[in-house]
Design a protein around this ligand. Structure first.
Ligand code: IMP
Ligand code: MG
Length: 180
């Protein structure tokens, strides 16, 4: 059955997402001119956004990946598990963390704390989505693609139990999918 049937509402179309990536890419290109930029993406939700945003940044840059997990199903466990560290030593780099969504903020807080111990020149955050209503940690992003309401969203890399990541748009998942 089609994944589209599980979507209550489309929040961002492919075209709108493209516009968001272009706008953020242009801003980042201006801000990081002359810097030693390292894009750090958080696996796995942010890979789709990473692939798009890196091509909108018109500067030399390097990419790396970290992996943590904090989510089980549709609500945060609040417990963050560390799974994979960077391969590149980020000392002296200007790190820009590329995230899919800033929700409670517990995952990103954890990642920022780790990266701050590594003698990078700077550590900033670019998140595709911001869900400010659900914030628990004291953290804000430097670049935000779009602000979303406190609903469970899927697509464009974001999953529910590892499904829907390949939807090309962002949608609100029907609550009956995760309550049944
Ligand atoms: P935080 O630690 O609560 O900020 O959670 C961040 C992570 O939770 C994200 O990187 C996502 O993987 C996941 N997450 C939070 N909200 C959603 C959502 O609405 N849909 C899918 N995943 C989400
Ligand atoms: Mg994630």
């Amino acid at each position: 059955m089609s994944m589209d049937n599980d979507i209550l509402e489309v929040l961002l179309t492919r075209e709108e997402i493209k516009g968001i990536c272009e706008r953020l890419g242009e801003q980042i290109t201006k801000d990081y001119e002359g810097k030693k930029l390292l894009l750090v993406s958080v696996l796995r939700g942010a890979v789709v956004f990473m692939a798009d945003i890196m091509r909108e940044i018109k500067l030399p840059c390097e990419i790396d990946f970290m992996s943590i997990s904090s989510y089980k199903g549709a609500s945060s466990t609040g417990v963050v598990q560390f799974k994979k560290d960077l391969d590149i030593n980020p000392e002296g780099y200007d790190i820009l963390i590329v995230e899919d969504i800033l929700d409670t903020g517990l995952s990103l807080k954890y990642i920022v704390e780790i990266l701050k111990t590594k003698n990078a020149n700077s550590v900033k955050i670019c998140t595709f989505l911001d869900k400010p209503e659900n914030r628990k940690a004291d953290i804000t992003a430097d670049y935000i693609g779009a602000t979303v309401p406190n609903a469970f969203v899927v697509g464009y890399g974001l999953d529910y139990n590892e499904k829907y990541r390949n939807l090309p748009y962002l949608g609100v998942l029907k609550p009956e999918i995760y309550t049944k």
